[in-house]
Design a protein around this ligand. Sequence first.
Ligand SMILES: Cc1cc2nc3c(=O)[nH]c(=O)nc-3n(C[C@H](O)[C@H](O)[C@H](O)COP(=O)(O)OP(=O)(O)OC[C@H]3O[C@@H](n4cnc5c(N)ncnc54)[C@H](O)[C@@H]3O)c2cc1C
Length: 342
Amino acid sequence: MQESKIKVQTKVPLRGLSTFKIGGDASHLFMLENKKDLKDAVAYAKENDLPIFVLGGGSNILFADSGISAFVIQVLNKGKEYKKIDDLHVLVTAEAGETWDDFVKWTIENHFFGLENLSSIPGTVGASPVQNIGAYGVEVKDLIESVEVFNIQTSEYKTLTNTECAFGYRNSFFKTEEGKNLIVVSVTFTLSLVPNINISYKDLSNHFKDIVPTPFEVRDAVIEIRKGKFPDLNIHGTAGSFFKNIICNESDIAKLKADYPLMPVYKAGSGFVKISTAFVLDKVCGLKGFRIGNVGLYENQSLVVVNYADATSTDVREFISKIKSIVEQKTGIRIEEEVILA
Ligand SMILES: Cc1cc2nc3c(=O)[nH]c(=O)nc-3n(C[C@H](O)[C@H](O)[C@H](O)COP(=O)(O)OP(=O)(O)OC[C@H]3O[C@@H](n4cnc5c(N)ncnc54)[C@H](O)[C@@H]3O)c2cc1C
C-alpha cells in the first residue's frame, strides 16, 4: 500500500453502515467529509487497484455476508446554500452528505416548499437522484434542477441538468454503466416560496379529508403515516421497499385484472400500466406477513422485507428468490428488486 494523504480504514463491518444491519467487511473505507478530498481518494483507489463503491446512508443496500473487496467512499460532506431567483422560486443546493430528512426539515423551516411529501425517507441527499426517490405522489426528479458530480475516470467535476439525469421510476442515468463512474457531490433543487400542496395520494387525502393543510402539516402527516408503514430502524433491519411496483403492458395483466377487479391499476404512459406489488403479494399470492426464520414481509406493508433478528444476507437472498418465484408462478410476472444487492 502507498503512503496516503487520506485516512483509510481497513476491514470495516458493513452491517453497522447499513439499515438492514447485514453484511461482512468492507476491505477499505474512506469517510469523505470534504469534497476537496475526492481527488486524493480516487487517486488512492487507482494506485491500489481497488474498485470504488460509493456509499451514502446504506438505507437502500443489501451487502453480502462476505462483504466487499473495494474502496468504499462514504459520502458525508455537508453544507447548504440558497439563492432566491424571483418572488416565487428559490434554488437550494445541498451537499451530498447531508442527511435527507434533516435537509427536508430545514427547507420547510425556511419556507422553501416542495419536498414535504418526501419527509422521513432515510439516507443522504447525494443518493436521492440515484434512485429518484419518491413517496406520496412526489418524485425528487420533479424538484431537481441539477446535480454536481465528480467523474471517477476523468477526475473532473461536471454539472448535469435534470434532463441529463434521465430520471425514471426508481431509476436514473446514475444507474447506467457510464453513470456508475459518477459520484454525486451536491444537488440543486428548485423550490417554491409559496406553498404548493399535493395531497392527491390516497393516504394523504384520507388524512386531511376536506382541509387544505400547510406544508408543515403535510410533513407531520407524512411522518405519522410512515411510522405505521415501516418498522422502527432502532429495532429491526430493513432497506424499505425491497421490490419495485410492477410496470408492464396493459395486455399482460388482463387476466389478473379480470380475477381481481379491485386491483388498482395506474396509467404509466405509452400502453404501460403500473400495479401495486404490495397488492399482488397480499391479495393475489396470500403472502401478507410471510416469514421464513428471521426474515419476513412487514405486516403493515408487504413491500418491506425485514431482518427481524440477526438474519444473514444469504437468508434474505433466499427469501427474496422464494417470493419472486411464488409471484411468477401465480401471475407470470417477474418482480424486480428496488434495493441494491452489493
Ligand atoms: C425505512 C425505509 C424507508 C424508505 N422509504 C423510501 C421511500 O419512501 N421512497 C424511496 O424512494 N426510497 C425509500 N427508501 C430507500 C432509501 O431510503 C433511498 O433509496 C435513499 O435515497 C438511499 O439513500 P442512502 O444515502 O442510504 O443510499 P445508499 O443506500 O448508501 O446507496 C444507494 C445507492 O446509491 C449510490 N449512492 C449513494 N450515495 C451516492 C453518491 N453521493 N453518488 C453516487 N452514488 C451514490 C450507492 O452506490 C447505491 O448504489 C427507504 C428505506 C428505508 C430503510
